[in-house]
Design a protein around this ligand. Structure first.
Ligand code: DQA
Length: 146
């Protein structure tokens, strides 16, 4: 199987951005960790990051050809109906990951408009959440949604 690891806005700044919230691991480190875990589990991992909503929508559409998506939508989780609709429109299983515990933060982060169309949701596990997300999405492949 091939899984898309898709990161949204500002996640290219991981490592330097608010380390108290997000730690010091860089996006390149995360992508390597998830790719290495994929190799161990027999999956190819393609890594994409974009700060642009439309590019993320295009990537979700592209993932129709793939077997799963691990998605950190960043702030788009809180308000992008377009990204939610994109995930809803494809059959590819998608797991949402947030590095921080969004429920322990500002109230505007407590809502995810994308979560209801996800196969699963992980928050507050730090960058380990991405590895958990890969394991979860691989476990969902071939099983019905819900
Ligand atoms: C985040 C949480 C979001 O609220 C925030 O806008 C981000 C990162 C996380 O991984 O914890 O950009 O998605």
């Amino acid at each position: 199987p091939t899984v898309l690891l898709l990161n949204g806005p500002n996640l290219n700044l991981l490592g330097v951005r608010d380390p108290a919230q997000y730690g010091t691991t860089t996006l390149a480190d995360i992508e390597k960790r998830v790719t290495d875990l994929g190799a161990e589990l027999g999956a190819d991992v393609e890594c994409v990051q974009s700060n642009h909503e439309g590019v993320l929508v295009d990537q979700v559409h592209r993932a129709r050809e793939l077997d799963g998506i691990v998605l950190n939508p960043g702030a788009f989780a809180h308000y992008s109906i377009a990204l939610r609709d994109a995930v809803d429109a494809v059959d590819t299983p998608c797991v949402e990951v947030h590095i921080s515990n969004v429920y322990a933060r500002e109230e505007f982060r407590h809502t995810s408009v994308t979560a209801p169309v996800m196969q699963g949701y992980i928050a507050g596990c730090g960058v380990t959440g991405y590895e958990l997300g890969l394991r979860a999405v691989l476990a969902r492949i071939g099983r019905p949604r819900g």
